[in-house]
Design a protein around this ligand. Structure first.
Ligand code: 13P
Length: 258
């Protein structure tokens, strides 16, 4: 049976104390669920990382950063280096979140440099991709996703494949003004993504987990997780209270026959 992935990006929410309390509570609430069955990860703000990393058992919850510079050091005011993230004992780095691409104008070329740098420094690289509402209107979603994957994983050494995760987060589905993708639509796009990953990495591409994100909530988590090409749920708002996230994870697992 495939492993199910559940994670949350805390965006620019929660203080250091709130993050630590949230993580301790989530670890305790979900502690009885076998980590052979699920992978649980949380991506808090930079300032919370060091304290959070020391406070939790990384076998229960993997910890990630929301972004990272592609250089180890240098004249990059406001950026965070992979060496600094290694010091915090992190497991993964998220790259190319929709808000990084669309609010902060990051490009596919930059995401590619970050992906390669994260992998070279031993992190799991979680590459986020997704089409805009305009791309969707013109029926260009699959082409946009393919472009983001081809550029994002350009010249990535296949030996790193075990440490690559992909999150499909359609831009129009994210956040307070987002509309969740239907399970059918999400499954269709996940199939495209998986096909493209196989073309990019013929030997190992099938093993890359692809998670759905964008207005996941207790009302749609079950129908999303049962789709054959959806390996996990990447949740924002609906995961930011530990008890609610625990309930969502359990109902999704139940729907998936666990
Ligand atoms: P929401 O679930 O709040 O739409 O956010 C999803 C997201 O951006 C996860 O990275």
């Amino acid at each position: 049976m495939k492993k199910l992935y559940f994670g949350s990006n805390l965006k620019m929410y929660k203080t250091i104390r709130e993050t630590t309390e949230y993580l301790i509570s989530l670890a305790s609430l979900t502690g009885d669920i076998s980590r052979e069955e699920i992978e649980l990860f949380i991506i808090p703000s930079y300032t919370s990382l060091e304290r959070a990393s020391a406070a939790i058992d990384h076998n229960l919850i993997k910890l990630g950063a929301q972004n990272m510079c592609w250089e180890e050091q240098g004249q990059f005011t406001g950026e965070i280096s992979p060496l600094m993230l290694q010091e915090a004992g992190l497991d993964l780095v998220m790259i190319g979140h929709s808000e990084r691409r669309h609010v902060f104008r990051e490009t596919d070329e930059e995401e590619n440099r970050k992906v390669k740098c994260a992998l070279e420094h031993g992190f799991t690289a979680l590459l986020c991709i997704g089409e805009t509402a305009e791309d969707k209107k013109y029926g260009a979603g699959p082409e946009v996703l393919r472009m983001q994957l081809k550029k994002g994983f350009y010249e990535v050494d296949p030996s790193h494949i075990g440490k690559i995760w992909v999150a499909y987060e359609p831009v129009w589905s994210i956040g307070v003004s987002g509309t969740p993708a239907s399970a059918d639509y999400a499954e269709k796009m996940h199939k495209e993504i998986k096909q493209c990953l196989l073309e990019l990495f013929p030997e190992q591409g099938a093993g890359i987990p692809v998670l759905y994100g964008g207005s996941v909530n207790p009302g749609n988590a079950e129908e999303l997780i049962v789709q054959p090409s959806i390996d996990g749920l990447f949740v924002g708002r609906a995961a930011w209270q530990a008890d609610k996230f625990n309930t969502l994870i359990r109902s999704a697992m139940k729907a998936a026959g666990r």
